[in-house]
Each structure stands twice: as C-alpha cells, then as structure tokens.
Design a protein around this ligand. Sequence first.
Ligand code: GCB
Length: 616
Amino acid sequence: MKKIFGVLVLSAWGLIAAGQVNLISNIDARKSLSLNGKWNYIVDPYETGFYDYRYKELNEKNPEAYWNTDIQANRTEKKEHGYIDKYSINVPGDWNHQQPEFTFYEGTIWYKKSFDYQKSDAGNKCYIYFGAVNYRADVYLNGKKLGMHKGGFTPFNFEVPAAVLKDKGNFLVVKVDNKRHADEVPTLNTDWWNYGGITRDVKLVEVPGTFIQDFMVQLKKNTSGKAPDKSPEVEGWVKLNQAPAAGETVTVEIPELKFKKVVPAGAQVTALNFKLPKVQLWSPATPKLYTVTVSTKTDRTTDKIGFRTIEAHGIQVLLNGKPLFMRGISIHGEIPQEVRRAYTQEDAAQLLRQSKELNCNMVRLAHYPHDEKITRLADSLGMLVWSEIPVYWTIDFTSKEVLEKAKVQLEEMITRDHNRASVIIWSVGNETPISTTRTDFMHSLLTKARELDNTRMVSAALEVNYSALNDMNVIDDPLGEFVDLVAFNEYLGWYGGLPDKCRTTNWDTPYQKPLFISETGGDGKGGFHADSLTRFSEEYMEWYYKEQVAMLKRMPAKYVGISPWVLNDFRSPRRNNPLYQEGWNRKGLFDDKGNKKKAFYILKAYYDQKQKETKQ
Ligand code: GCB
C-alpha cells in the first residue's frame, strides 16, 4: 500500500487519513496548567546563549560552553546573563508592543517561566503546548531540550519526559527567534508587521498514557447538489497517540440527539461512519452546535461541533445544498488600537463584532492561521471562515524543504480546526507569481489539504496583472484548474488607474467554477477629508468602493462573493508615506482607532442589499 501519510487506514469505505504532526487537538478540553502570565526574558540579539564564541551551536555535544546551560538552568551567578523579575514580559503577547525598544526588534529573546506541577497519575503523559510562537521556538525544560518548532501561527506540543518533570521548581525556557529568512514561510517580504514572541496561550497538558490525540467528526462531503438527507452521514476518524490495548473501543456520543455509537478501536486510527438522526444543520442563520463526546476506555474528550455541508457545485457554492453568497471581509490578526497581535477572547469578539456591523456572513482570516479563539467564536456566531497559510508572494517555490515547511503549517492549521463548522475554505496561499514551479508547489499543497480534509473547499488568492488590464479580464491562472473556488485579488482604481476604470471593466474565468474576489481596496486615512480625487482621503476611498460596487453588479453568474481588503488599518513596515501611512496600511474600513471610514457605509449598503436579494 502506498504510504502518503503518517497514518493510513484502509477501511470499508476507503482511505482515511490522519496527519503526521503529533498535535493534540481540542486542547481546551484537556486537564492543564496555564503557563500564561509574566515570564522573565533576556534579549539576545547575537544569540550568545545559543552559539559559542566560534559560532558553534551549543548543545549536549558542546557542553562546556556554559552560556546556554546558564540560560536553560538559571545559573545566573556566573556571567553576563540571567533572569530577574525586572525583565518580565506578558505571555501570550507579541514583544513589540510591550516595550518601546522592541517595536522594530527582529531577533532572539529567551523566555523563562517557573512552575510546580504534580501529575495526577504516574502513568499519565504531559506535554507543553503552545498556541503559537513567532517564528522559531527552541524549548527546554529543566535544562533538557524538548524540541524545536518553526512556523509563527500554528500550535505545537512537545512531550515532557517523565524523568524531567519535577513536582516543584520546574524551569521552562523558550528561545524565540522571529528573524525572517528567504527559505521560510512566509519569506522575507510581507505586507504585515513581523510581531515576535510567544503570541498565543501556553499550557502544560496532562493526558492518559494512551489518549485521543485527534478526531474528526464532520458530515460526509455532499456532492449531490441537493440538501443533505434528514439523517445525514458522518464520516470521520479518531486517532490515538499509540496503538491501544487489545479490546479497546471508541465511543461517540451526542446526548442531545440521543446518539451513541461504539466501535472496536483500530490500530491507531479508528474509522467512523454513521448517520445522525434529525440533526439540525449549522448555518450562519442557525449556528447550532452539539456537544460531542469521544471516548475510549482510558480517555474522554468533549467538543462542540456544528454539522453542515459545503461544496463547490458547478459555478455555485452550496451550503447545506443551497446557493451561498459570501458577504466577506479580510481580517488581519491584529488589534490596531493597541498596536498588537490579537490573542484574547475579547480580541476575537471585537474583530467579529466589527465584521457583523458590516453585515458580513464570512471572514477571510488572512494571511496566516489566526487564533483558535476566533474560529471557535465564528462557530458560535455563525460566521463563515476562510483560513490560510502564509505562503505569501515570493516564497522559494524551487525548494523541497520550503514545500515541506508549508505542508507542516497546512497540517497544523487543518488539525486544529477540522471540526469547526465555520471553516469552509482552506487556502494554500496568496498572490503567488505564475510559473510551472509555483503551480506544482501550490498544487501539491492543494492535494495535501484535500487528503487531510475532503469535506471543505480548497482555494488560493490569485493575482491579476495591472499593466495588462483590459475591459475584459480573464482569471486564467493555471492553478485555477486545481482549486474548488477561483479567487482573485484586484485593486482596480488603487494600483491601476482611477476608480472610474471600473465602469468599463469586466471579469471572468474560463474555469466552470465559482468565482470569488478575495481582495479589493484602497487607502484612506481616517479623518483626512478632501475631494474624491485626492488619494489617501476618505473621499477617494469612498469613491473607490462606490465604483467597485457598481462593477460588482456586472459580475458573471459564477460570482459568489467578495472579501474586501481590509477590516482594520494594520501595521506594515512597507507603508511609509510620512503623511498618510506612517507605518500603517490604511485600507481598513475602520481606522486604527476603531472609527468607521466613509467607505464602510458603501460596502455595508451593498451587503444589506445582497442579503435582501439572496435572503440569507
Ligand atoms: C495585496 C495583499 C495584501 C496587501 C494588499 C495591499 O494584494 O494580498 O497582503 O496588504 O494587497 O494593501 O496592497
């Protein structure tokens, strides 16, 4: 049998794939100790704690080099480095907004946290779990290296060897490095701030020796083009961390539906296939979630899951079998009024509340996986989600290693959120320049996304060439062949000509697939008023949106929605117009203080009217 995944199971109904990463999903349901709060830190721009004076890496094979050991074990009496309370930083949270001297810092900071922990059962396992660390994290507990992770926006966990964990005085150290590199994902060049640090929750998680590492309980892909049956079919799986003892079973219960199913456990992955009687489908109008419990004889985990189907059918997108129009908005994971990354529940609530004010039913979480809090909140608020990995612009498409890095991030994103009803699109990148190598790279990511989760749509934001724009523009990027939803970014009237160019411009694609505009927008500085021909004024931006909206009315039948760029003004080192930008991308419909710009009302009116027309 061809091995394409970490775990592959042949079942009566085909191949079931559970990923390669050892990520524990549904993490909030686990017994844990939060390690959030104040951590001590050491700024180490030359990485003295990591390399000796000959620039050789310090590790167990190079032990005489004591800086590293000092930093790991807090033997501060010795030399220049040490952790003291005076140097403390909040976790989670990017470092940039916490100290003025960190605003532009890109490099290494060592983080340290002490904690006590007593396992409740000697046979249990412990893991250190990170919601996200940007970009590279080297993790040490009590002087022992637990592992290294790259990728700034996805969760990961390392097992803590039983011999390393102490009841009292554990000493956790994380070397965080947010330097950008040409062979990473994203690469050197992005249009967003490279916020560094431990940016999401950290916890010590305790699980049984054999435990449910991951599971997927979703409605089977609907390809009928019709509404799902009254008792639709669930197709899923449960993955244990290791092979279970003989006679193990897997039980799925949904008490509200009086549903219970017990199946014999497989080697490590157990296939699930059952009908759900009288389930109420999840949708933006009725975001119904059910408590779902998955258990074995040794473990039990509970999640809240919504059941719905999503499919690209011909030129339409069908949600629960009905045509969907996406009234979207693109969002960065940033809280502008505090100039920092978003990471709290209130942050997620702010971003989705602002989107609801616009009358959106969908958000594009650009350009990287956002915090799990926002996808969970989207589930309960009924907001559809596009989720994306940071394969952005000029990634090194020639490199197999870079492709592997992108695949790891894709898998971590999908593993974390594959039970979220809100997530309907996995996007494998944004505005990647057309070439055969690029198309092969992106195709490989799309294939991987489908293998990991065949219940959702896959896509990528394609780009248009402004210098070649005509009255009729055809999105014919060869990647269109491999996506479910043909999505493109256009900035007609901002990067090309004036907004009135929209009057004669039309868009189409040769692919008989739904067509989505994943970005459009122009800069307008909040509070700067002038005539509509003055770039960067609110009036120019308002005019831009008026012309765009008029153009949208001429879109072909396959047009299924739009997610303009962008909800809020956001920080970007590329945006240095000294009068209007000052380090901010000003395309937000809300400015950096949370005020609505004039363009907000134009888009909202369009969405109100679309909602009426489509009755959604
Ligand atoms: C784009 C990018 C987005 C930028 C935006 C802009 O096409 O996808 O990341 O921020 O344009 O403002 O130029």
